[in-house]
Ligand binder design. Structure first.
Ligand SMILES: Cc1cc2nc3c(=O)[nH]c(=O)nc-3n(C[C@H](O)[C@H](O)[C@H](O)COP(=O)(O)O)c2cc1C
Length: 188
């Protein structure tokens, strides 16, 4: 399978991108699956004025972004918790695309905070977003509290005690994503 990881903080000196890099490396290290990060800070899409398939003049990079999502078998949304939910950049990017790209795919959610709660409210609201685009939300979520102590800037795990949580999330994600993608087949 190929997995895309949407990294959705566009903040200067962001920390949650570390978690996206970690997940990308961990999936690629399986040797069985591949992963790539789609970085919403790099795409820097303007606020949505029309969905992609109706847009007379799509923003730069959007058709390529959509194509990369379409060719992927499953996704992980990574977001910090901002004021009790996920980032507006994630909502904006997903709203451009919606069901054509996400329907019937497994989407896992990873939420991040510098505090103790690991962005649980962002994780729950991302699962609702997955339902909104007719995806299958993975029931298990990856919540990362105190992110700065857990991952370095390159996405290497610094806290050995956290490793089992990360690998359990990935195990569950890959198991369900594989089952669904075999059934679905890849729609290009
Ligand atoms: C606008 C804003 C709102 C935030 N709201 C929350 C929040 O509701 N809950 C929480 O645990 N942390 C909150 N934080 C703290 C973030 O968890 C912390 O800044 C984290 O590093 C943000 O991720 P990022 O660095 O990838 O942007 C907020 C931070 C910002 C900038």
């Amino acid at each position: 399978m190929h997995i895309t990881i949407l990294s959705s903080s566009t903040r200067i000196d962001r920390l949650s991108h570390r978690v996206a890099l970690f997940l990308e490396k961990a999936i690629n290290a399986t040797g069985e699956h591949t992963a790539s990060v789609l970085d919403l800070a790099e795409f820097n899409f303007p606020i949505m004025e029309e969905v992609l398939h109706k847009h007379p003049n799509p923003p730069e990079g959007l058709p390529e972004f959509a194509a990369e999502i379409r060719r992927s078998d499953a996704h992980i949304f990574v977001s910090p918790e901002y004021n009790g939910t996920y980032t507006s950049a994630l909502k904006n990017a997903v709203d451009y695309l919606k069901e054509r790209e996400f329907s019937k795919k497994v989407i896992g959610v990873a939420a991040v905070s510098t505090g103790m709660l690991g962005g649980i409210r962002a994780a729950l609201s991302m699962q609702q977003l997955v339902l909104g685009v007719a995806g299958f939300p993975l029931p298990q979520m990856f919540t990362v509290p105190q992110v700065a102590q857990k991952f370095d800037e390159q996405g290497n795990l610094q806290d050995a005690a956290f490793e089992s949580r990360a690998s359990l999330f990935l195990q569950n994600f890959l198991w369900l994503a594989e089952a669904v993608s075999v059934k679905k087949g890849v729609e290009v």
